[in-house]
Design a protein around this ligand. Structure first.
Ligand SMILES: Nc1ncnc2c1ncn2[C@@H]1O[C@H](COP(=O)(O)OP(=O)(O)OP(=O)(O)O)[C@@H](O)[C@H]1O
Ligand SMILES: [Mg+2]
Length: 144
């Protein structure tokens, strides 16, 4: 049985906020090329930028780059963002924020919620000491 080879692009990005725009532009170009509509491209762009910002701000591994892997399949785009940072074992248990009672004094805590809202499938693997991988999938079709 032969497995169809999917096209794949890998980026290695310095842990600096000024490079998030490079990833944002790259994913826009990839999704556009695949034929995603503007609305979905916007969703992907925001979600991927949030994941990169987390890798930079929480991963905190200044010597190491973080990696962004784009896998182009026939009906979907998978984006994996991985860092070698400190990891966070409770990342999968993050509760959705209570949007009616947001605490404006305490900033933050929305990134994972935004990623889960905008993408069709999100998986997070994170362990203390061994970093974090967040895998996000967006489907091309309407039934997702
Ligand atoms: N790549 C990562 N490595 C280690 N911890 C992480 C990582 N990504 C997220 N976390 C942890 O999960 C928490 C929630 O992340 P989330 O993106 O939802 O919120 P935030 O980054 O704190 O704030 P915001 O994204 O709204 O600016 C973070 O505060 C951090 O403790
Ligand atoms: Mg965040």
């Amino acid at each position: 049985m032969s497995k169809k080879n999917n096209d794949e692009i890998k980026l290695s990005i310095p842990n600096k906020p000024e490079y998030v725009s490079v990833v944002r532009l790259t994913v826009t170009s990839i999704a556009n090329r695949m034929g995603f509509d503007i609305e979905k491209i916007e969703d992907i762009k925001v979600a991927v930028a949030e994941a990169c910002t987390n890798a930079i701000t929480h991963g905190k591994n200044e010597e190491d780059n973080f990696l962004v892997d784009f896998i182009m399949e026939e009906d979907k785009l998978v984006v994996n963002v991985s860092d070698n940072g400190r990891g966070c074992t409770t990342l999968n248990e993050i509760k959705n924020p209570d949007l009616d009672h947001l605490n404006h004094e305490k900033e933050g805590g929305l990134g994972i919620f935004i990623i889960r809202s905008l993408m069709d499938n999100v998986q997070i693997i994170s362990n203390h000491g061994s970093g974090t991988i967040i895998s996000m999938t967006k489907y091309m079709g309407e039934d997702h």
